[in-house]
Design a protein around this ligand. Structure first.
Ligand code: PGA
Length: 253
């Protein structure tokens, strides 16, 4: 059975004390109520709080992800963080190609490909984001856009490498806007993505990959979205900043 995953993308939120409070609240909640064995919970705080998160994770069920990584291995790249650094901090996952990185930091599919390579070289599992912008959806180009993102960013990988990925479909028009894709829209494109993977790597690989939905996912809509056969969980932004909401989403399978 494919793994269910709920990943919380904190984005650029929380101070040190707030981060500490949020993680300890999640920890307390996980002690009170066990997550289903088939559900993984991943917390993706900003870089400065990764060590705190991995320390807490040692005594709990959740895993830790970073929000970005450098395309380069090491050297004179001021401000960058390498995959080897993340590995040395026991980070297990890393988000790549988030639409905010694509929009504000000009991250293209080629950079996504390089980041994925750096992560896999270091045994870190990439959570690769794809998704169309509003004008692309209105022009009915969502399938072409997602296909190109996946082909250019990921199809250089071997099947063995591909199995390490988590894919997150996040329609840009639904991120932080309160607008959510309908369950039908989510299922349609998730099935399309799984089919693309099956055509390239075979059905067995496609069936193993968890494909998450992201974009205004919250406790009130998570159950309906996650009930679709090709939706294996969520990449949660705003709603992961409150332990109670994040937990409610994690219990929505
Ligand atoms: P949102 O963000 O849940 O706040 O829409 C999701 C994301 O960007 O990963």
């Amino acid at each position: 059975m494919r793994k269910h995953i709920v990943a919380g993308n904190w984005k650029m939120n929380n101070t040190f004390d707030e981060a500490d409070e949020l993680i300890s609240n999640i920890l307390d909640a996980l002690e009170e109520k066990n997550l289903d064995r088939n559900t993984s919970m991943i917390i993706c705080p900003p870089f400065p709080f990764l060590e705190m998160a991995t320390d807490y994770a040692k005594d709990s069920y959740f895993e830790v992800g970073a929000q970005d990584v450098s395309t380069e291995e090491k050297g004179a790249y001021t401000g960058e963080v390498s995959a080897a650094m993340l590995k040395s901090m026991e980070v297990s996952y890393c988000i790549v190609g988030h639409s905010e990185r694509r929009q504000y930091h000009h991250e293209c599919n080629l950079m996504v490909a390089k980041k994925v390579d750096r992560l896999l070289e270091n045994g870190i599992r990439p959570i690769v984001c794809c998704g169309e912008r509003l004008e692309e959806r209105e022009a009915n180009k969502q399938f072409d856009v997602v296909k190109q993102q996946i082909e250019e960013g990921l199809f250089h990988l071997t099947a063995e490498q591909f199995k390490e990925l988590v894919i997150a479909y996040e329609p840009v028009w639904a991120i932080g806007t309160g607008k959510t894709a309908t369950p039908e829209q989510a299922q349609e494109i998730h099935a399309f993505i799984r089919n693309l993977i099956a055509e390239k790597y075979g059905k067995a690989v496609a069936d193993e990959i968890s494909i998450l939905y992201g974009g205004s996912c919250k406790p009130s809509n998570a159950k309906e979205i996650f009930s679709n056969p090709d939706v294996d969980g969520g990449l949660i932004g705003g709603a992961c900043l409150k332990a109670e909401d994040f937990m409610a989403i994690a219990f929505s399978f």
